[in-house]
Design a protein around this ligand. Sequence first.
Ligand SMILES: [Zn+2]
Ligand SMILES: [Zn+2]
Length: 420
Amino acid sequence: MKKYHLLLGGVVLALGVVLFWPRGNEEGGSKADQGPALPWFKGNTHTHTLWSDGNDFPDMVVDWYKKQEYDFLALSDHNILSKGEKWMKISAIEGRKKVKGASVVEKYRKAFGEDWVETRGEGAGEEVRLRTLDELRGEFEEEGKFLLIEAEEITDRFERHQVHINALNLEELIPPQKGTSVVDTMRNNLRMVKEQAERLGKPIVAHLNHPNFHFSFTAEQLAEVVEERFFEVYNGHPGINHLGDETHPGDEQLWDMANAIRLGKLQAAPLYGVATDDSHEYHGGNVSPGRGWIMVQAERLDANLLMEAMERGEFYSSSGVTLRKVSFRKGIIELEIAGEPGVTYTTQFVGTRKGEGAVAGEEFEVSRELQPVYRLRGDELYVRAVVTSSRDHPNPSFADQKEQAWTQPVGWRKLVEGRN
Ligand SMILES: [Zn+2]
Ligand SMILES: [Zn+2]
């Protein structure tokens, strides 16, 4: 018996070692090294419909994304959830078209049939009812295949600064909270997101949108609000100044500047970067869908699991490049690019080193391989990878845009341990 107990103790001990071994990687990223890799799910978290200032019916928009083989979609209208009864005048709907062409309501009827389209009134006063998220779920969701996530673009401002935050997986509307500064406005809205997440006991991801829209944010402001963990490193709206200008850094540069401050001075976790569409126009026009998305690695297609994976940084952002593997383990970043014939890929490992005078967003190494690898030296605050394809983006939102993928910063966790 004694021997048996000892043996059992040994087994438990061994099991303990296995269980407490870091989850395949010290810092988020892929768990591919622990047996079979988890599946990737493609999704867009920033979409507008007729529920606010988009110009097509929510069903038409959801149908488009599903047909393009997205796994999940968040409809994120401005300061409204797709709930309750909402009617819209046909004349107003047709008036939103940016390009002359077929009637929006006729297209809707053609796609879903006469019976699907509910109208009331006559003549100039004729209205159509907008389908709610619950109705859309019934029509489009498929277990393991397609998921709709409730979302809102909390649309606030401080003076000329646009403070837009997408809350994903919420249940109750959060009205813009206002504030006495850009930072205060951001904080007040994020506090409401956190309050709801805690009260409902579910993960709600909040991403700050298009920081360069009206050049609303500085890197210092993005750094200071450490409770914000996500921001849009790419947003497909052509009007958001993605590349910055002579006096303002681009979105990607802002990311490094903010993360250099967070990790170098504040001992706070870095921002993760999401890519989104922010689509508004579905009948021609240039604010169109399909430009930017995220790929989340999760056990299965479930809103809570997707949000939790994002919170762990287990996702990457894309405007066209697909990664089969993103792994960070024992100080080594390994990627596997899904290469396409005739296309070449340049991977830049970018980060910021420790110490005074370090350059925010320094290029550490460049690789032209399909399986680029970076070994951390130990003097980095963090490292991230950006892969740029030789292929032009098929529907560019800025001049000379190439297809890209951005992975999340890694190598920073020890610096903030005990602080978040
Ligand atoms: Zn916005
Ligand atoms: Zn938007």
